[in-house]
Design a protein around this ligand. Structure first.
Ligand SMILES: [Zn+2]
Ligand SMILES: [Zn+2]
Length: 213
């Protein structure tokens, strides 16, 4: 059934999300519970001519943690944000596939050294220069966690929304990032969680509620 194919669902998902306000700074977000969607300069697809989603994120454990989570991406460090760890690792590998900092940078919990401390700055600058994001308000934690999983499974499984040839993520250590075009590794390609038409309606309603203030 074409209408409910993963590609058709993905196209609708991108269209719905694109109706939300775009932000470049976590302090611009007016609510504290929800999912966020990152976009990256140069990354587009037929489903999303103005920008395809390159990361779906959540604050899965903490209530009211949306802005704090976003702040950890923008101003935290590689051990507080897997997104930053992915970005910094890709920056280093693009510069030098045998970069001496990669083993400790990409290992969770390992401290940065004098050299890669500077990469934290590069990651912060990269996020400010090349990325922006949108957020959908979702108060209920169960709904938030379920939709996160389903959105990642759906977008990663779409055959149309693929990374551009010189996408930075092609240098990420995770093969799931490299091939999916998402700075995500959990739930990527999880065929059991592709969204249904019902899930799409749920997302549509949540987006409508987000836009009405
Ligand atoms: Zn280092
Ligand atoms: Zn798509």
């Amino acid at each position: 059934m074409w209408r409910n194919s993963v590609e058709e669902i993905c196209r609708c998902v991108h269209e719905l999300i694109s109706s939300l306000s775009a932000y470049s700074n976590p302090s611009q977000v007016s609510f504290t519970n929800g999912l966020y969607f990152f976009y990256e300069k140069g990354e587009v697809s037929i489903h999303a001519p103005n920008g395809r989603v390159v990361r779906v994120g959540n604050h899965p454990y903490s209530s009211n943690g949306l802005k704090r989570r976003l702040q950890l991406h923008y101003s935290g460090n590689k051990n507080s944000s897997v997104f930053r760890k992915f970005l910094g690792g890709a920056l280093m590998r693009r510069e030098n596939p045998a970069h001496p900092c990669l083993p400790h940078w990409e290992k969770q919990g390992q401290p940065t050294c004098k050299v890669c401390r500077k990469v934290e700055e590069d990651v912060s600058n990269l996020l400010r220069a090349n990325f922006y994001f949108r957020c959908v308000k979702i108060e209920d934690k169960g709904t938030r966690n379920l939709l996160e999983k389903k959105l990642i499974a759906t977008i990663s499984s779409c055959k149309i929304c693929k990374p551009s040839g010189n996408w930075l993520g092609r240098y990420a250590y995770s093969d799931l990032v490299r091939s999916s075009g998402l700075w995500n590794s959990n739930y990527v390609y999880d065929g059991d969680w592709v969204m249904s038409a019902e899930d799409l309606n749920l997302l549509r309603n949540l987006i409508q509620l987000t836009r009405v203030r």
